[in-house]
Design a protein around this ligand. Structure first.
Ligand code: B12
Ligand code: SF4
Ligand code: SF4
Length: 378
């Protein structure tokens, strides 16, 4: 099946009508980034994201996700809502998670009419929608579809609307008229994102060591504590990180309007960015606040661990009593993070409470973490 140029234009028009900033079409090929991905994995930059490794081969060609795949439609949806969010020095949640609904669900829903139109125009074609839900190098196909270039921060950036967007793809066995891929970089001499990353996560320009990235540390690293040497760098970030996008000059051109599902949830907002309340939070309250949002997947325990780390970095936000109480938490992740935070803050009753807790701590890993925290604060 072959689509006409008019069909490609029509699909883009429909996507824009559905709230997407752009839609481009790429041929189904092995993306050049596939070999970089293998190098990336060989260096171990994926950390505990073992699914990146075990499903790597599937990323070689979209054929592994849809047999006979000929074209990949890539759509970009802005999630910047134009609001400022949090005053400098406060605790923060990454913009992509400010809304009431998970982006996977929203993008799939908004793409449905585009898929329906494709099927109506080419009734024999098959199509599959993916939003981070299948092993596809989405940014590579975004670039091949002409949506933007890879910035030094590894984000796909559009000259027209910056990088505050999600990507979604439609794989199809129809042969559609493709867009020209973006072959240039528009970073010029700028290196702001590399210079400003709080945890120095870029070993080289355009390459991210996920193990050092705050987004990975606060969202993906769930079975263990954040490495001690990176805890201070996490600063006020409770969930995700936006620094390398905030400093990017191309984001001056970012739109300030987005789908209502991604807008700052004013009702829930004060609680979402209050690490003291988050540290106190139980499962029921967590689900009441975060069910259906990107935070649900990360879970209550990890968010509370992160809240303790943030309170260690931002003592002006209070929370000493909550941190002392968290030393008795049933989660070892939370106990160790609370101990670290109390020692980092120093003064008050914190270090003494950690010393006392250490005498009763039965889990070897937690005890060792508490001991190191005490040693560090003298
Ligand atoms: C794993 C993952 C992460 C990991 C690793 C990120 C990373 N840069 O790889 C972590 C958890 C850290 C992460 C963080 C974020 N993510 Co993420 N993530 C993904 C995911 C699932 C896979 C990305 C991937 O394949 N990484 C592997 C590496 C190899 O890919 P890469 O960095 O893109 O690498 C390319 C370049 O480095 C290049 N390259 C060129 N030369 C060289 C040389 C060498 C030696 C090497 C090694 C590579 C290389 O080739 C590589 C292959 O394309 C995608 C969804 C998807 N299915 O694609 C979302 C995705 C990339 N994430 C997204 C978002 C929004 C984020 C965050 C902004 C969320 C947040 N605010 O916290 C941050 C941004 C951090 C950043 N600067 O990248 C969006 C990005 C949209 C956009 N505009 O680019 C995506 C596309 C999800 C989506 N559907 O919208 N993410
Ligand atoms: S998201 Fe934050 S920690 Fe990760 S690379 Fe960007 S600036 Fe660094
Ligand atoms: S901050 Fe500068 S170097 Fe980094 S992605 Fe943006 S333009 Fe490129």
């Amino acid at each position: 099946m072959r689509g006409s140029e008019a069909l490609s234009r029509e699909l883009k028009r429909l996507a824009v009508e559905q709230g997407f900033a752009d839609l481009g079409i790429a041929p189904a090929v092995t993306p050049t980034g596939f070999h970089s991905l293998l190098q990336w994995l060989q260096r171990g930059y994926q950390g505990e994201m073992s699914w990146m490794e075990s499903r790597a081969e599937l990323r070689r060609h979209p054929e592994s996700l849809l047999s006979g795949c000929r074209s990949v439609l890539m759509a970009a949806m802005n999630y910047h809502d134009g609001s400022v969010g949090v005053a400098a020095g406060g605790a923060r949640i990454s913009r992509y998670a400010w809304g009431s609904e998970d982006y996977h669900v929203v993008l799939k829903r908004q793409l449905a009419p585009v898929v329906a139109h494709l099927r109506a125009a080419l009734p024999l074609c098959r199509a599959r929608v993916v939003v981070d839900s299948a092993p596809l190098l989405e940014r590579d196909f975004g670039r091949l579809a002409g949506l933007g270039w890879f910035g030094r921060n590894t984000m796909l950036i559009s000259r027209g609307f910056g990088s505050w967007f999600f990507l979604a793809g439609i794989l199809t066995d129809a042969e559609l008229v493709c867009n020209e891929s973006e072959e240039r970089s528009y970073c010029g001499t700028c290196t702001r994102c590399l210079d400003e990353c709080p945890t120095d996560a870029f070993p080289e320009s355009g390459v991210l060591d996920a193990r050092r990235c705050i987004s990975y540390l606060t969202i993906e690293l769930r079975d263990r504590g954040i490495p001690r040497e990176l805890r201070a760098g996490v600063g006020g970030w409770l969930f995700g990180c936006d620094v390398c996008q905030e400093v990017c000059p191309w984001n001056r051109f970012a739109p300030s309007e987005c789908q209502s599902e991604f807008r700052n949830r004013t009702g829930a907002w004060p609680l979402m960015v209050d690490p003291v309340s988050l540290l106190r939070m139980g499962e029921v309250e967590f689900l009441r606040l975060f069910r259906g949002t990107p935070l649900e997947r990360t879970g209550c325990e990890v968010l509370r661990r992160n809240a303790a780390i943030v309170l260690g970095n931002l003592p002006d936000l209070g929370g000493e009593a909550e941190l002392v109480a968290a030393l008795e938490d049933e989660s070892g992740l939370v106990r160790a993070a609370a101990g670290w935070a109390l020692c980092r803050r120093g003064g008050g009753v914190g270090p003494a409470a950690v010393r006392e807790r250490l005498l009763r701590e039965c889990v070897a890993e937690v005890a060792s973490d508490l001991r190191l925290s005490l040693e560090e604060c003298g």
